[in-house]
Design a protein around this ligand. Structure first.
Ligand SMILES: [Zn+2]
Length: 161
């Protein structure tokens, strides 16, 4: 007996996550067009936080069938991450997945409200991160050198408070 999600729950989970995988290190887009103009590709899955059936990953015997198939027990992931979290439930705990879901939905809302893509710390792989308006001012043509090793400050650094 599997407590699968109703179709509406699957659709809503994906849309609440902005149709991106909720794993903060992945954030893979999960839908797009096919060559057929009337069809779309979906590589997302509505994964169970606590397994839909006895013996599955993170199965919680104390839950009712309704709780298992409720949207609260679902998380939107890409197919790869869906398999990953189910193959290693010791690493990917209920608390971990609940946190991924909370963050993914918060980021989707922030992106929706601001109209700009949200970059989180876990998505950044850069030598220099500039945060906030007016965080860095470059004045004069010889203030910085941009080379293969990154950015070097050449001129004097003035800190404004
Ligand atoms: Zn993923």
């Amino acid at each position: 007996m599997r407590d699968d999600f109703p179709r509406m729950v699957v659709e809503t989970l994906g849309r609440r996550a902005g149709m991106r995988c909720s794993n903060p290190k992945c954030r893979q887009i999960t839908s797009g067009p096919t060559e057929q103009p009337d069809k779309a590709i979906n590589v997302g899955v509505a994964a169970h936080i606590c397994a839909a059936a006895s013996g599955g990953p993170r199965y919680d015997a104390s839950m009712t069938a309704e709780q298992r198939s409720d949207i609260e027990n679902g998380i939107w992931l890409c197919q790869k991450c869906g398999k990953m979290v189910d193959n290693d439930p010791v690493r990917y705990t209920v608390a971990c997945l609940a946190e991924w879901k909370r963050r993914a939905e918060a980021e989707a809302l922030a992106e929706l409200e601001s109209g700009r893509p949200i970059t989180t710390a876990s998505m950044i792989n850069a030598a220099v991160v500039i945060q906030g308006q007016g965080a860095i001012q470059i004045s004069g043509p010889n203030a910085v050198n941009i080379g293969p090793g990154g950015i070097t400050i050449v001129g004097p650094v003035i800190r404004k408070d």
